[in-house]
Design a protein around this ligand. Structure first.
Ligand code: ES4
Ligand code: ZN
Length: 320
């Protein structure tokens, strides 16, 4: 409890958070009811019981199914507002929120609806909770680069309306078999347009995907990146250039990237001088928000107070 309040009181930024991954089972049921969407689960408890994943894909299947209850601007607002309240309570002062536009546009939800709901909650969060936030427009890597371009083109007319919030683009979903090079052109275009860039890499995929995310996508931060340790030359570069890694320990545990939190390499990465941060990824599915991630990791790895201060400071330094 003393550890928890110590960490809560450190000013922190959350840099790796999929807003669709904050949909709690009870909200999935409430929105399904509101929108007359049928769910293949009898109740909240049986949905929660289904959250036993063996790898990234087994999670993504459920995550995309859960996101299908989101239909209206109000739905996107309510989801985002619930997250911002939780984040503020955990001592998050700034959140860079990823969303998956293609998950919604492919179901016939207008991109305008998605932006409007997210943005109204984020602006309310700034006013009422004192939490600043921005958006990371994330491409689904299991889809084609042409589809990524098409989604970007759909959204660009809205840029002026959301230029205070929409600062960056990202890359997520099924990593293995969908290497960074597949999205080289669309990321180059986004750079020319002035967007900051992040990419998931080295979660399930090899260290070479981290290197290629840096070299081919010009990524400025790496989401996860825990497999970087397999390549000493890459490790040296990450340390030298202080490229932030947005590590998500409870995610790595739930998706069997590590067998046990005690075997997580976060402390080693930190002690080798990398710019490591702690984040929650998909907190509704992985068993905890950002403060839970810090506390569980601190306990499993025996992080010192100095290391916890360093992690929080890293997150603030790694903001866009
Ligand atoms: C994700 Cl943990 C993770 N990895 C890749 N893509 C994702 N989308 C949502 N959560
Ligand atoms: Zn993620």
């Amino acid at each position: 409890q003393e550890l928890r309040s110590f960490i809560r009181d450190l000013p922190k930024a959350e840099l790796h958070l999929h807003i669709e991954g904050t949909l709690e089972a009870d909200m999935i049921f409430a929105l399904a009811e509101r929108n007359k969407v049928r769910l293949p689960y009898a109740d909240i408890e049986s949905l929660n019981r289904a959250y036993q994943f063996t790898d990234l894909q087994s999670f993504l299947d459920l995550y995309y199914a859960g996101a299908a209850v989101l239909q209206t601007e109000q739905d996107f607002h309510d989801m985002t507002w619930a997250y911002l309240q939780r984040a503020a309570a955990d001592g998050v002062v700034h959140a860079e929120i990823m969303f998956d536009p293609q998950t919604h546009t492919s179901r016939g939800v207008a991109i305008e609806t998605v932006f409007a709901g997210l943005a109204s909650a984020m602006r309310q969060g700034h006013k009422e909770l004192g939490i600043s936030s921005s958006l990371i427009f994330s491409f689904l890597r299991h889809l084609s680069e042409a589809e990524a371009f098409a989604t970007l083109e759909q959204a660009l007319p809205l840029r002026g309306q959301y230029d205070d919030l929409w600062l960056s683009v990202g890359l997520d979903s099924s990593e293995n078999g969908n290497p960074p090079e597949k999205f080289q052109k669309v990321f180059a275009h986004c750079k020319e347009l002035g967007f900051r860039r992040v990419a998931h890499a080295g979660e399930e995929g090899p260290a070479s995907y981290v290197r290629d995310a840096l070299d081919l996508l010009q990524a400025e931060r790496i989401d996860h990146g825990v497999r970087s340790e397999e390549d000493p030359i890459l490790m040296q570069r990450l340390r030298q250039e202080q490229i932030p890694l947005t590590v998500c320990p409870l995610s790595n545990l739930k998706l069997c990237v590590v067998p046990d939190l005690k075997q997580h390499n976060l402390k080693r990465l930190l002690e080798q001088g990398l710019c490591v941060t702690v984040n929650s990824d998909d907190p509704a599915y992985f068993g905890g928000y950002i403060l839970d991630n810090y506390v569980a990791t601190a306990q499993a790895l025996g992080l010192s107070k100095e290391q916890l201060v360093q992690l929080a400071a890293n997150s603030m330094a790694a903001r866009f």
